[in-house]
Write a protein that binds this ligand. Sequence first.
Ligand code: SF4
Length: 499
Amino acid sequence: MRAPVAVPGPRDRRCVQLGQVEAALRPNTGLPVEWSAMSAPVVVELQQGSPADLAGLAVGDTVVALNGQFPRDVIEWQQLVDEADLELEIERGGLAITIEVDKRAGEPLGIDVDAAIFDRVRTCDNHCDFCFIYQLPKGMRRSLYLKDDDYRLSFLYGNFTTLTRFTEADLERVITERLSPLYVSIHATDPAVRSHMLRNKRGAMSLRWLEAILDADIEVHGQVVCCPGVNDGSTLEQTLADMLDRYHRLASIAVVPLGVSRYSPVDAMRPHTIAEARAVVATVERWQGIFLDVLGRRMVYAADEYYLRAGRPFPDHHTYEGVDMHEDGIGMAATFGREFRGETDQAVSTASGFFAWVEGAPPAGYRAPRNPGASPDAPATPVELTARPHSKKPIGVLTGTLGAQVIEPLIAATSTPTPTRVIPVANEFFGGNVGVTGLMVGADLQRVLAAEPQGDRYLLPDVCLSNGRFLDGLTVDDLPRPVEVIATDGISLRKAIGA
Ligand code: SF4
């Protein structure tokens, strides 16, 4: 059986959401929806005893129309199936069948379908020098190369959109259907800088849509991917000043460093120096003070990666003011520390990783919890089933080089019943400045684990897996040592090592 589509997922702080677009694919073709024609949703799961089941629907049915209408995506789908007493036109084995479904308004229909977008995913018409898709090696899954810029994926998955392809009709839909929150890539408010960064002249003017969306009281989270020598320094200052002046209703602004892989085709795109990272942190913190004075909230935050690069301690948890930007790599270190030290019993596992990408949430409810399982057969709560606190075996915690800088001090300050060490996995697959745990690939883990002793317990955070696969297509079965997959949060790690 094909897996149900994963609707919500983590967003990638670098605009392109590796893996999330995969969630909108048609699993039977492996093709992004954008590359295939408009096609009706196919039933991939059917709940026994549900209205759909009682009415005679079956897995594999293609739902051609609902009450005579053709939903474009799961947003419209959800609105239609919320109605009472549906008439479904389906196709089964080449036959057209009409099925009447008795149900109450708001009662779940009881089926999951195979895609989130039924027409075409709107692709990006920008050509950013810092785009991570241009920095992927050849030969990866086709879906990873799809550049989306679709406000629906922004709403459903938290993908960032530049709004360069946004239209008046889109605005009307966002407002009338209250598609909130949305996530917008800003990068710079200077029209010339923004159009230069996006390599698209529409980038100069498309932030007008941001004002219109904010005017309609839609919650919007902004992102600035900061490229040294391009939009840092005085440009970042001007951008933050404009935020205060024109976009102060933004829920948050995440300032994140560009990611540079060794496949980057643009020499000018380089990681920040330590001095540049310190300057970004200083700018953001100064503007936090200004925003706090004027608006009563800090609004702008720098990515954890900046603090690591700058050699600065992470800000205190409370300074993040409850704004959830973990999937942007912001405040995650502080949250992870609180979780690990037992200062909270609420794991923020829906937002793990500096560069998280997972799949597995059902289409109903749009922004459902992520699936922490490492593979289609993985347990729903992996840490509960894999943690073996009574084992006396030494433990190795596998993580990216950035994650290691966060986790090592936590473990060093904790007493554990068995020797526990952090194993940083240098990312040779991507190279460059890529050190985030979510981008660990199977090949690098193979190399690192082969040098580790047999018989130890090895813990692997689930954030680097999607439907059981690493980005390079390998699975945990391809690793030279058995690993225990745990959810990527401090509570799960603490439990798994028996601390
Ligand atoms: S080209 Fe730019 S806007 Fe388009 S997907 Fe890449 S980073 Fe995002």
